[in-house]
Design a protein around this ligand. Sequence first.
Ligand SMILES: [Mg+2]
Length: 381
Amino acid sequence: MKITALETLCLSRMHEPERQWITSRYRTIKADCAVVLVHTDAGITGIGEASAYGWLTKIQGWVEWLAPTLVGKDPLDPAIAPRPTGRNRPIDTAIAGIDCALWDLRGKAAGKRVSELLAPTPADRVRLYASGGCRYDWRYNPEQLIEEALGYIEQGYTAMKFRIGTEWAFDGVTVDRFLGLVRELAQAVDGRMDLALDGNCRLTEEEALPIALEIERLGFAWFEEPIDRNNIAGNARLCEAVEMPITGGEAFSSLDEFRPYIEQKAYDVLQPDAGLSGITETVRIAEMAAHYGLPVYPHSWHNGLMCMAHAQLVAAIPNIAIVELCQHQGPLQWGILAEKPQIVDGHLILPDSPGLGVELAENVAERFPHVEGHYGITVER
Ligand SMILES: [Mg+2]
């Protein structure tokens, strides 16, 4: 079998005004999706999703650039896959999309799920967490966060992650005011679902420490990227201060970038994203994490195809624990796929189909035409 061509689909969907979500200083106006297709002379096509993050056409450009290095090669040879550069987006997202598509292709060629290529007896279902908390506005109805959480419990989710809300400086939000809402949330949830907090690197160490201590007391499952990710020593001090895991790494594409965080104990859990690092590199990161006794909770903030890549990893690799499912992506998320996999009691059932287990829907490019421009607009108040 030989690779004949590479292709990138740039897909978008504008959010209805009521579905736009806001966090920090930006409002998100659309959902994007970058799908890389690897075509072969055997009539099998592999598909993989790259983390779009506003770089759709740049990802497409990098895939075109890399295509001549792959066309004519045997897709079953793992050595052909380009490795992430560690220089990050958008080149590494393009490489990740290609890598995920090659895994899908290998699975389809072997008649096996990707998880079966990775492990002899992978799981059939994997735990999801509802990743949201990006709609509550400190000026208007911050309690929306609690309504949202109760909705996830009703849908059967067993875990939820939320963010710290709109820019605190807009509305004079303090650590105390924030923790007041967090306590209300924890009380409303009442142990029916695990809770995790994502600081999105927005807090100072002085703000993050009391928050870490309080959410640990409230039984939170983890505290993600509380402070500037470049402050390795500060992250290590937070890890030291609490038993609850301090997590991070969603912006890193290569194992090498994780090294100081592993060696200096700056993260208790690693969070690579297969849409940025590819499945191959995510497995390498997980193997090194296992060597150091660390779990991996992959970062997965996009569409259903990427969710499936992470589901295959979680099903196969013991220390990769849970799949993040973005709750704000709208109909694009699963609309790109011919069939949405079953989600039962907050778990995703892996379809009994080879590769990543899913196919693209018909006419996706017509149904979700590319909308130029960034997905977020800056809000000033
Ligand atoms: Mg995050």
